[in-house]
Write a protein that binds this ligand. Structure first.
Ligand SMILES: [Zn+2]
Length: 462
C-alpha cells in the first residue's frame, strides 16, 4: 500500500533524511491519492449498486425494528453524511441514508449504494463520538469500495460465463429478484471477506483522519467491544471477519495520512444522543420472528435474508439468523422456529430446515467405494424409518470442486396431510459420506429454495 507513495514522491528520496523531510511539506501527496483506494472487479454499474441497496433496504426496513426518534436520526444522519462526504471514490449516485436498528446487539452493516444501518447497541457501546464515527466510516468504506457487488460479481462469475452475465444484468426489472432467483443475493451481499475488511478499515481510518477524529478510534472500538461484549458482537464479527493484525495495520497507515493533529474525540451532541436513547423504551429482546410452534396455526416465519456461519467439525455453512442449531451425536439440524413437529406416535420430526450428517456406508468396509452406491445405502437406511421415501430424480453436481450427487426426494411431511420435498446432497469426505438434507413441505419448497441454494453455496468442506 505505501510502496507506491514513496516511489511516486521522488527518485532521490533515499539520498538523505533531510531531503526526505523537505519533501514532506505541503505539496506532498498525503492522503487519498497516495493511498490508492481502488474498488476491485465488479460486474455492476454504480446505479445498480444503488438499486440493489434500495431493494434490500426496503426489505430490511420491513423486517427489522428501527429507532424512529427524530433526534437520534438527525444526529446519526448528520454525522454519517459528514463522514461519507469525505470518503474516497464517493459518487453523487450514492444515497447515504443512515438508520438505527432498535437492537442492543453491537452491529452495523452497509448495503451497496450507501444504505447504512447502525444498531442502537453500537451507539450505546461507543465511549465517544470518534468511536461511533469509526464504525460509520468503516461501513462507508464497504460502500465506496463496492464490496457487496464485488462479492456478488465474483460468485456470479464462478457460475456463468461473462457474456451470459452481462445479458442478465442488463435486463430491466428487479435486480434483487433476479439474483435472489439465482440464490445468490442474500448470502453474499452482506458477507465481507477478510481482505474487504482490511480495505474498509483503511478507508474508515482515512475518513476519520479527514474528519478530524482520532484515526485510531475505529480499530480501538472493534477491539474493545469484541473483548468487552463477546455475546453482543457475534453478528458483527460474522459479517465483518477480523482482519489480521487489525490494530497494527491501522497504526502503520496513520502516518501516511498526514501530520498528527489535535484530534476530536467527543461532542455534546453524541452524549445527548446516548442520553436520548437511554430514555427510549428498551429495545425488543430479539429479532422479531412470530413464534410459530408445532400445533399452532401457520408455518414458521420465512428464512431471514441475513445469514450467520455455523462452524461444524470439518465443515462450515451459513444459515439464516432466525434459525436455531440443534446438535446430537450423529446430526446437526438447522431449524426455523417451529420447524420441529411433535408427533405422539413417532416423537419429534423435522419438517423444515436442514440436517447435516456423516454416514458410514457399509460398502466402505470393502475399501474402494463409490458415491452413487453409498448414497443408495444412505437412502436404504433412511427408508427404514420413512418407508414412503421416494426418489424423484438424481444428478451429479459439484460441491466446492468435489464430485457430489443431488437427489430429489418426496415423502410424507410430519405436518398432517402434507407432502414433503427434500433435496439430499451427498459427497465424499474422507472415508464417510457427507450429507445435507434440505427439508420443506412441498407447498413451501420453492419459497425455501433460494435459502437452501445460498446455504449450499456457502458450504466449506475440509
Ligand atoms: Zn466490515
Amino acid at each position: 500500500m505505501n510502496g507506491g507513495r514513496w516511489r511516486r514522491s521522488g527518485k532521490r528520496l533515499v539520498a538523505s533524511m533531510t531531503l526526505a523531510l523537505l519533501f514532506l511539506v505541503p505539496g506532498m501527496a498525503w492522503g487519498e491519492g497516495s493511498l490508492k483506494f481502488k474498488p476491485a472487479f465488479n460486474l455492476f454499474k454504480m446505479q445498480q449498486d444503488v438499486q440493489l441497496g434500495k431493494e434490500n433496504a426496503e426489505q430490511i426496513d420491513k423486517e427489522l425494528p428501527l429507532v424512529t426518534d427524530p433526534q437520534v436520526l438527525r444526529y446519526i444522519n448528520d454525522l454519517g453524511r459528514r463522514l461519507a462526504s469525505l470518503a474516497p471514490n464517493n459518487n453523487s449516485e450514492y444515497v447515504w441514508t443512515f438508520k438505527v436498528i432498535n437492537s442492543s446487539d453491537i452491529n452495523a452493516f452497509a448495503l451497496p449504494g450507501g444504505y447504512i444501518y447502525v444498531n442502537r447497541g453500537a451507539i450505546m457501546a461507543a465511549e465517544n463520538e470518534a468511536q461511533i464515527a469509526g464504525v460509520i466510516a468503516h461501513e462507508s468504506g464497504h460502500v465506496v469500495m463496492r464490496h457487496g457487488t464485488h462479492e456478488v460479481s465474483q460468485a456470479l462469475l464462478a457460475q456463468a460465463p461473462l457474456a451470459i452475465l452481462e445479458g442478465i444484468l442488463g435486463r430491466p426489472g428487479s435486480l434483487a429478484a433476479q439474483l435472489a432467483a439465482m440464490g445468490l443475493l442474500n448470502s453474499i451481499l452482506l458477507k465481507n471477506s477478510r481482505s474487504a475488511e482490511s480495505q474498509a478499515d483503511e478507508v474508515g481510518t482515512y475518513i476519520l483522519y479527514q474528519a478530524g477524529y482520532d484515526p485510531h478510534a475505529m480499530a480501538q472500538f472493534f477491539e474493545i467491544v469484541e473483548k468487552k461484549y463477546p455475546q453482543k458482537t457475534i453478528q458483527f464479527f460474522a459479517d465483518h471477519p477480523v482482519p489480521e493484525n487489525r490494530i497494527k495495520a491501522v497504526d502503520s497507515e496513520i502516518p501516511l495520512l498526514g501530520p498528527a493533529k489535535e484530534w476530536k474525540t467527543d461532542s455534546p451532541e453524541f452524549e445527548a444522543t446516548k442520553e436520548r436513547l437511554l430514555s427510549l423504551p428498551a429495545p425488543p429482546r430479539a429479532t422479531p420472528a412470530p413464534p410459530a410452534s408445532a400445533g399452532s396455526s401457520g408455518p414458521p416465519p420465512l428464512p431471514s435474508s441475513r445469514l450467520i456461519k455455523f462452524e461444524g467439525k470439518g465443515f462450515s455453512i451459513d444459515y439464516p439468523d432466525n434459525w436455531q442449531v440443534q446438535q446430537n451425536e450423529d446430526a446437526i439440524a438447522l431449524i426455523p422456529l417451529g420447524g420441529i413437529v411433535e408427533d405422539a406416535e413417532s416423537g419429534s420430526a423435522q419438517a423444515y430446515g436442514t440436517s447435516i450428517s456423516r454416514f458410514q456406508p457399509p460398502s466402505s468396509r470393502q475399501g474402494n467405494w463409490g458415491l452413487v452406491d453409498a448414497t443408495q445405502e444412505l437412502l436404504d437406511t433412511m427408508r427404514l424409518s420413512n418407508p414412503n421415501l421416494r426418489v424423484i430424480k438424481q444428478g451429479g453436481m459439484k460441491l466446492e470442486g468435489r464430485a457430489a450427487l443431488s437427489t430429489w426426494l418426496e415423502t410424507d411431511s410430519p405436518l398432517q396431510g402434507q407432502k414433503e420435498r427434500d433435496l439430499l446432497v451427498t459427497t465424499r469426505q474422507g472415508d464417510s459420506l457427507f450429507s445435507l438434507i434440505f427439508i420443506a413441505p412441498e407447498s413451501l419448497f420453492d419459497a425455501y429454495k433460494p435459502t437452501f441454494d445460498a446455504m449450499l453455496q456457502s458450504l466449506e468442506l475440509q
